[in-house]
Structure formats: structure tokens, C-alpha cells
Write a protein that binds this ligand. Structure first.
Ligand SMILES: Cc1ncc(C[n+]2csc(CCOP(=O)(O)OP(=O)(O)O)c2C)c(N)n1
Ligand SMILES: [Mg+2]
Length: 663
């Protein structure tokens, strides 16, 4: 009979796996896992409710490693507690095709709730997950039936604390009173430049008072190497129901390494064979690399405990199902991410086509939301303090507050925080988040868009005021390079619709797209409705299509958004036949089969592209022989009509461009 090893040894197993895997890879970060080993024992062994046998259990606690460079800590925990992550994968840390890349990636190894590494975003994802839990609980729980009741835990370090986004998201978490959010701060006084200086030269925040000011419960000055003390702090955090909790844990980075502990050297480089041997000696770990004694394995194994925890919840669910069969069905649908049976966005498109309104596409977007929001309870909208401009609110939108419930978040002026919170909402499950700001400020949130694309999340961005057509606010607010640069992000679909019908199609595509984010680029100014027959309406979803053809066309004018009307006007003025191609989404068009793409843009047909943005991007479609009517400088402050004229966005100029390429 083997008996479970003491917790001290369980912690040392994490140390050993981290230093050995980093050494084997000859790259990585041993310091953080070695410094947070006891904290990991206190949380994962004593407090976390999860089921390694079923990582997708809906009511599991969520765990986010915001200081994602310490990935070996998470991989070791997943392996040891019994997730399907064999030791062979730990041995292949950071190698091509392994499930253990340099930073934890959602979807690779089971149990990884979000991709982390870009500091500050993990804790902000955790805020989104905690919001999701609170919203789902308010929507589905009934007296005597606590169907949704779990916590969200996050580890974060000095790096996350320094990042601006942590200020945005954590302030919002305090305001919303996310009582089930528990963060542990790895307060080790070391970040990368500690190998050249001392952290007090760049970081002297009073973290305790900072978080108290946000409205958090702060449990400060906990010895992060004292498992009992950490356990007490975690229990106290769990008792708090109305405030998020930050536990400030004093730790020593690289703890156990005789010469490198508490130095910048332990942060992000292998300790080296000599130091590793000395560490083994110092902590009394006699086992060879990647060998974990049975007693330690037994201590860590959480499969049986996890099965029991989920079984208890399954009983809660069965009771709930008996009492509220329809709600139970709806809950399962939401968690799976399926759309409601019978939901079809086709009617939206037809309706827009019948109405034929000339309005701004941001307004068309709001009209679409008037239908989508009541039909899809999973939609959680919001705006970074531009609700009235982004037109992201519908009549059925209810504001989310401290008390829970609702489907619309006033994010405040926090674009990046909004992006990461949206990712957390999507990752938790049960929600399709959409959020608005001006297109020009997509830069503020850009890396969160990238993370959504990398993770394949269904998030939707409502970026309004999509060109110099916004007018008087001037060049600070006029996007020029944004449409093109967003299109460079792999797996992000970008739509820039030209009227109400294209806007409805874009929204439908965003909702139906399960495996990636969508950005909707919408106009401030009115855009004319374009008449199309049904077959043409059906082609919009292909991203690019012939909007207006001419027999024997000798050139194609490709346009997006507000510039489509210019293409049509130029077509009328020209005495040579040209075809007008509307291209609301280049990425969607690029995914169409070759026959379709060649039918829309035949090989050898000279091309002109028009977009009120930088010209380089369009060379991909028009080639070096084609022409682009665009703008390669910043805009000006003036009424929109004056600006379009001033910068050459006129039918006459498009005519000139066409003539220049047709021989
Ligand atoms: C946004 C972002 N900027 C920079 C980095 C590079 N980086 C990785 S870890 C780190 C220092 C982090 O310090 P801390 O969180 O205290 O980690 P510790 O050394 O204590 O483990 C930096 C700058 C990053 N991963 N993400
Ligand atoms: Mg640190």
C-alpha cells in the first residue's frame, strides 16, 4: 500500500518538473513555477473544484494562469491531477507539435481555459469569465436549484499588475462586485529587468491600496510558501460574496535554487545542470528528471474527487431538469454554443432588402440588433462608453449591474479591457459577446482581437465611424490604416458593408461563425440602399460579388462600404463598360472556391479598387498594373462631404483611374 506524499513533496514535484522540462527544452521559465509551487498546492489540491476526467464540466471552477510564462506549472498540475496530458508531452515542452507550447494555448491540452502569455490579458479574461458566471447564475438559477455556482481563479505576477489592461479590467470587476473572482498575486519583486536593476526602479505601486480602491477585498502579506496560510486566505476569499478578492502572496522566485532564487536569472532561462543538481540536493528531491514517485502521484490525483464533484452537480441538474425542463434544455443549448432551434438570420436580410432604407450602416446594425437581441439571449453587448455613437444598444438590452442579470455592459472607456473581457465571456461558454468603439480605437484593443482570432472565439466587434466620412472630429478619429491592418490578422473576419442589406448579411455571418471573431466596420454617415435581385442578395455572404455588371466589361471596380456608391456613379459616367464588385469581406471572399473568385474577378480584367483607407492592401486584388483610389496620409477636420472631395473620392476621379488602366 502506498500512501499519499506530504504536500511539501507535492510542491517539490512541481519545482522539479518545471526546472527539468525547461532544462530539457533549453528554454523557458523555471522561476515562477518554483516560486508558486506551494500556492498551487493550496489552490489545486485543497480548493479547486474541477474534474480532470471531464475538463468541459459546465460548473467547474475556472483557472487562469495570467502569468502564462510559468506554463510548466499549469502543465504539471494538469498532468499530475489526472488530465489527459501524459508525461511524454511534458518531456516535449516547447517542441514542434507538442501540447505543451511555450505559453498555455486554449484548445491544445485539456483544461487550459484560455491562452495566456501576453501579460495582463489572462486576469482580464478571468474577469470576463466571472461576469459570465454571474450572468448565467442570474438567468438560470432558481430557488433551491443552484445550477450555476462556481469560482474563477487567476494567478498573476508583477508583469500583469504593471500592464494597463489589468487596471481596466480589475476596476470593472470591483464596480460589478464579482464576488466569485479570486486572484493570487505572485509578489516576488522580480521581473525581467531585475537581471540589470532593481524592481523599485520601475515598479513601486501600493498594490493593496490600489485594489482596495477598486472595491476589492485584499488579503495582503500572505507567505506564499506557507500552504496553511494560503489555504486560510483562499477560504476567506471564498466566503466573500460581494467583492472580488486579491490575495497578495509574498514569494521567492526560483525558490529552492541555491544561487539563482530571488534573482532575475531564475525568471526566463534554464537553471543549468549544476544549479539543478544543487537544487535537488537543497530540497531533497532525489528522483531523476520526469520521474514522480507513486506517493506524490497519489497525493495529486484528483480524478476520483473530480468525478464525485461532478456527480454531485449532475444530481443538482437532474432535480433542476425535473422542476424546470425547458430551462434545463435551454441551459444545455447555451453551454454547447448552439443557436436556438429554428433561428435563421435569413429573414433579417430579406427585411432589410424590402425596406430599402438609406441610413448609416451603424444604424442598420442597430436595426439588426433589434431583431437579434430578443431572439438570442446569449448575446451580451456593450460599448466602451460610446453606446450612443456605436448604436450597440437595442430596446431589449438590459444593463448589467452589481446585482447580476442583464445583457448589456457599459464597459467604460476601456477598449482593451473590453476586448479581453469579451474573450473571457466567450471562453466561459453560454455567451456570444459583441462590443463597440470607434474603428480608430481598435488599435487600443488590438491584441485582444488577435487573441480571439488565435483561440478561434466567437466575438463580434462593432467598429463604427469607419473612415474620414466621420468628418469634423478630424484625423485623430479618422481611421486610415485600420481596415487594412485588421485584415492582416489571421482568422479575423472583417466586414465593411455598403448598405442595410450587406450589414444584415455581415451580422448573420458573425453570429453563424463558431470558430472565429468578426469585426464589423460601419459608417457614421448615411449610405444609399442598393437594389439587388434575390440571386445577388444571396451572393453577399460570399464576401465579394458582382453588384452591377455590364456586358463586355473591360474593367472591374472593386469597392467597399461607403465607396461602393462612388463605383456605381463612375460606372454610369463612363463610356466604356465596367463591372462593379462590392467586396464587403475580403477574407470571406478569399475562402470561396477558385471558380467563384474567377467569375467575380476574371483573370486579365483590369481592376481599380476604391476604399477610403491606405492603398497597399488593395494591390493584392488589382496588381501593380491596376489602380487604387485611397488615402495614404492622415485626414483632416471638416464636414465629410468636403473631405471626400478634398481627398479625391469623387466619381470623376474614379473615372480617371479606370481610364488610366484600360488601354
Ligand atoms: C504584454 C507583454 N509584454 C511583455 C512580455 C514579456 N515578458 C514576459 S514575462 C515578463 C516579466 C514578467 O514579470 P513577472 O510577471 O513579475 O514574472 P516573474 O518574473 O515574477 O515570473 C515580461 C516582460 C509579455 N509576455 N507580455
Ligand atoms: Mg515577478
Amino acid at each position: 500500500m502506498i500512501s499519499p506524499a506530504p504536500e511539501r513533496e507535492m510542491a517539490d514535484a512541481l519545482r522539479a518538473l518545471a526546472m527539468d522540462a525547461v532544462q530539457a527544452a533549453n528554454s523557458g521559465h523555471p522561476g515562477m513555477p518554483m516560486g508558486m509551487a506551494e500556492i498551487a498546492v493550496a489552490l489545486w489540491h485543497r480548493n479547486l473544484s474541477h474534474n480532470p476526467v471531464n475538463p468541459a464540466w459546465a460548473n467547474r471552477d475556472r483557472f487562469v494562469l495570467s502569468n502564462g510564462h510559468g506554463s510548466m506549472l499549469l502543465y504539471s498540475l494538469l498532468h499530475l491531477t489526472g488530465y489527459d496530458l501524459p508525461m511524454a508531452e511534458l518531456k516535449r515542452f516547447r517542441q514542434l507539435g507538442s501540447k505543451t507550447p511555450g505559453h498555455p494555448e486554449h484548445g491544445l491540452a485539456p483544461g487550459i481555459e484560455t491562452t495566456t502569455g501576453p501579460l495582463g490579458q489572462g486576469i482580464s479574461n478571468a474577469v470576463g469569465m466571472a461576469i459570465a458566471e454571474k450572468l448565467l447564475a442570474a438567468e438560470f438559477n432558481r430557488p433551491g436549484h443552484e445550477l450555476v455556482d462556481h469560482r474563477t481563479y487567476a494567478f498573476l505576477g508583477d508583469g500583469c499588475m504593471m500592464e494597463g489592461i489589468s487596471h481596466e479590467a480589475c476596476a470593472l470587476a470591483g464596480t460589478l462586485g464579482l464576488g466569485k473572482l479570486i486572484a493570487v498575486y505572485d509578489d516576488n519583486g522580480i521581473s525581467i529587468d531585475s537581471d540589470k536593476g532593481n524592481i523599485v526602479q520601475w515598479y513601486t505601486d501600493d498594490v493593496r491600496r490600489r485594489f482596495e480602491a477598486y472595491g476589492w477585498q485584499v488579503i495582503a502579506g500572505v507567505d506564499g510558501h506557507d500552504i496553511e496560510a494560503m489555504d486560510r486566505a483562499l477560504r476567506k476569499a471564498k466566503r466573500e460574496r460581494t467583492k472580488p478578492t486579491l490575495i497578495c502572496a509574498k514569494t521567492v522566485i526560483g525558490k529552492g535554487a541555491p544561487t539563482k532564487a530571488n534573482t532575475g536569472a531564475a525568471h526566463g532561462a534554464p537553471l543549468g545542470e549544476k544549479e539543478i543538481a544543487a537544487t535537488r540536493e537543497a530540497i531533497g528531491w532525489q528522483h531523476p528528471p520526469f520521474e514522480v514517485p507513486d506517493g506524490v502521484r497519489l497525493g495529486w490525483n484528483a480524478r476520483e474527487r473530480g468525478r464525485r464533484a461532478e456527480r454531485r452537480w449532475q444530481r443538482v441538474f437532474k432535480e433542476y431538469e425535473k422542476a424546470h425542463p425547458d430551462l434545463a434544455k435551454e441551459f444545455l443549448r447555451r453551454i454547447k454554443g448552439d443557436l436556438p432551434a429554428g433561428f435563421s438570420p435569413a429573414s433579417l436580410v430579406q427585411e432589410a432588402n424590402q425596406k430599402g432604407e438609406t441610413i448609416a450602416t451603424r444604424k442598420a446594425s442597430q436595426n439588426t440588433l433589434e431583431v437579434l437581441v430578443p431572439a438570442l439571449p446569449e448575446l451580451v453587448g456593450g460599448s466602451a462608453d460610446l453606446t450612443g455613437s456605436n448604436l450597440t444598444m437595442a430596446k431589449a438590452s438590459k444593463v448589467i449591474g452589481k446585482e447580476g442579470g442583464g445583457n448589456y455592459l457599459f464597459y467604460g472607456v476601456r477598449e482593451f479591457g473590453m476586448g479581453a473581457v469579451m474573450n473571457g465571456l466567450a471562453l466561459h461558454g453560454g455567451f456570444i459577446p459583441y462590443g463597440g468603439t470607434f474603428l480608430v480605437f481598435s488599435d487600443y484593443m488590438r491584441n485582444s482581437l488577435r487573441m480571439a482570432a488565435l483561440m478561434g472565439l466567437r466575438t463580434i466587434y462593432v467598429f463604427t465611424h469607419d473612415s474620414l466620412g466621420l468628418g469634423e472630429d478630424g484625423p485623430t478619429h479618422q481611421p486610415v490604416e485600420h481596415a487594412a491592418s485588421l485584415r492582416m490578422i489571421p482568422n479575423l473576419d472583417v466586414w465593411r458593408p455598403c448598405d442595410t442589406v450587406e450589414t444584415a448579411v455581415a451580422w448573420a455571418a458573425a453570429i453563424l461563425r463558431k470558430n472565429g471573431p468578426t469585426a464589423l466596420l460601419l459608417s457614421r454617415q448615411n449610405l444609399p440602399f442598393e437594389k439587388r435581385d434575390e440571386q445577388v442578395v444571396n451572393q453577399i455572404q460570399r464576401g465579394g460579388y458582382v453588384l452591377s455588371d455590364a456586358p463586355g466589361a473591360r474593367a472591374a471596380i472593386i469597392a467597399t462600404g461607403s465607396e461602393v456608391q462612388l463605383a456605381l456613379a463612375a460606372q454610369k459616367l463612363l463610356d466604356i463598360p465596367v463591372r462593379v464588385v462590392s467586396m464587403p469581406s475580403t477574407s470571406v471572399f478569399d475562402r470561396q472556391d477558385e471558380n467563384y473568385r474567377n467569375a467575380v474577378l476574371p483573370k486579365g480584367m483590369p481592376r481599380v479598387a476604391i476604399e477610403a483607407g491606405v492603398t497597399d492592401f488593395w494591390r493584392k486584388y488589382v496588381g501593380l498594373e491596376g489602380a487604387v483610389v485611397g488615402i495614404d496620409r492622415f485626414g483632416e477636420s471638416a464636414p465629410a462631404g468636403d473631405l471626400f472631395k478634398h481627398f479625391g473620392f469623387t466619381p470623376e476621379n474614379v473615372v480617371k483611374a479606370v481610364r488610366s488602366i484600360v488601354t
